[in-house]
Ligand binder design. Structure first.
Ligand code: NAP
Length: 300
């Protein structure tokens, strides 16, 4: 397939490009740093630095849309909230417009979203039919998904990637936790009862390949492993894998003080089930957290 990828230089995108190249696909990556694309995404990947390069004559069989300003980082000021929204929603609107104008339209758009769509939802077990939450993160996902879904009006199959915490040692949440845990300074957050729905990056890219090919699947898909854990369970599994103690607790109030509204990403959570992936017959290589962490960390 000839595939256009936005956000291809990111954590998920790099893993995805490697996997898709291995399968023999031709890739074009939209990046603000086109000179970095071959180094990050692989030899033979074409770079474009603007959607202006997506002219009506371009033929892409599929589009994968992952770009977006990092959610975790500086405080969610009004300016940063605007960047979080614009880098996803506006970019997706422009992308869909280009797909619409193409003489040969892509068959499928796989477009980013997150399990933050559901908001902080306590112990409720959540499949794809659950309604959206009401906080900033949820509204961001609702609007991001709506921008992508408008491509369905042009007969394009649209799949919304409601992504959980992607576990990888090349970046992302796990990498940030490794140093404090290795120093024996890791521990649970708040009361530790909040759920964490995660996925090993290999299962993520494996599931993407299924979603690219399986024409029966459209709409939202929870990109999470079946074995969601509470924050306490995750803390214990990570500490055990690293053979370190994890006795400390970071109080929720301290995180709120340090991070403001963004602290909800750590003090809240959701217990998400990969209902549609499993109905489609997808077999997770790493369904449980212990196996995923052992694979990622045992050789390190
Ligand atoms: N990783 C996770 O655990 C996780 C969980 C839930 C949802 N997601 C979502 O899945 C998507 C991919 O995740 P990721 O972890 O691979 O993200 P990432 O490593 O932060 O990469 C995202 C890519 O988006 C582009 N980008 C960043 N800021 C941008 C901006 N202001 N305007 C336009 N493009 C911008 C960058 O590409 P260039 O620098 O090349 O332009 C970057 O490589 C993201 O949208 C993320 O929110 C990820």
């Amino acid at each position: 397939m000839n595939i256009l990828i936005t956000g291809g230089t990111g954590l998920i995108g790099r893993r995805l490009c490697a996997d898709l190249l291995r399968q023999g696909h031709q890739l074009t990556v939209l990046s603000r740093q086109p000179g970095e694309v071959v180094r990050r995404c692989g030899a033979g990947v074409k770079a474009i630095d603007s959607l202006d390069a997506y002219t009506p004559d371009c033929v892409f069989d599929a589009v994968i849309n992952l770009a977006g300003e990092p959610i975790i980082g500086a405080r969610w000021t009004d300016a940063r909230k605007a960047r979080l929204r614009e880098s996803r929603i506006f970019l997706t609107e422009c992308l869909v417009q280009k797909m619409r104008e193409a003489r040969v339209k892509p068959a499928v758009l796989l477009s980013g979203s997150a399990i933050g769509f559901y908001g902080d939802s306590g112990d409720e077990r959540i499949d794809e039919t659950r309604a959206a939450g009401g906080d900033f993160g949820a509204q961001l996902c609702v609007d991001w998904e709506a921008a992508a879904l408008s491509a369905a009006r042009d007969g394009i199959r649209v799949v919304l990637l409601r992504t959980g915490v992607v576990l990888d040692t090349e970046g992302g949440a796990l990498t940030k936790m490794l140093l404090p845990f290795r120093l024996g300074l890791g521990g649970k957050i708040g009361n530790g009862q909040q759920w964490m729905s995660w996925i090993h990056y290999q299962d993520y890219v494996g599931l993407i390949s299924v979603l690219l090919q399986d024409q029966r699947i459209s709409g939202s898909v929870n990109m999470v492993a079946p074995g969601a854990v509470t924050n306490t369970e995750f803390t214990q599994a990570l500490a055990a894998q690293l053979h370190r103690p994890a006795l400390l607790t970071t109080p929720a109030w301290a995180l709120k003080l340090a991070m403001g509204e963004m602290a909800m990403l750590l003090t809240g959570g959701q217990h998400v089930l990969p209902a549609r992936a499993q109905r489609a017959g997808f077999q997770f290589r790493y369904p449980k957290i212990q196996g995923a962490l052992a694979d990622l960390l045992s050789a390190r």
